[in-house]
Design a protein around this ligand. Sequence first.
Ligand SMILES: [Fe+2]
Length: 191
Amino acid sequence: MPKTNSLPAKSKKPQTKTAGAKGNSKLEEFFTDALKDIYWAEKHLTKALPKMKKAATTEELKSAIEEHIAQTEEHVSRLDQVFELMGKKAQAKKCDAMEGLVKEGESVVEETEEGTMTRDVGIIIAAQKVEHYEIATYGGLVQLAKTMGMDEAADILGQTLEEEKQTDRGLTEIAENNINWEAEQEDGEEE
Ligand SMILES: [Fe+2]
């Protein structure tokens, strides 16, 4: 290589980075708070999803939700494991965002007719908003866990992150393959 990089002057102030966040209690506190938030959110979902499943029109959507109910229960127990790894008691702290997203899903059900494809369209979009909140949360938590040298926790949270992404993709597929189109046809029929 023709060009040699000149090293910065030795006098440059070294980065005052603490060795991992194990020593950074503020960051660990933030991380724990975020865990409590998503713990509440997941538990809330275990109660909300069965209602969504019941309200859904198609078997396809019902079974996708069913599958996600089982996954969500697993997500709760993974969070239990992460709390345990940290030597902390698993605690839930109310997540206003998830409460709002679930409420939005419930109003979609109220505002659409039972047995219609339009209802499924609405439920899918509401469910995807939930997934995206979870993807954002787990994405951030995985990175933080890695930064803090908590590799095992990062691994566990990463498994959940992958499942949330899969669920989101699955919902997109259901919508694009059938339901959106059928909902559009349904509109025509009613005229
Ligand atoms: Fe989840």
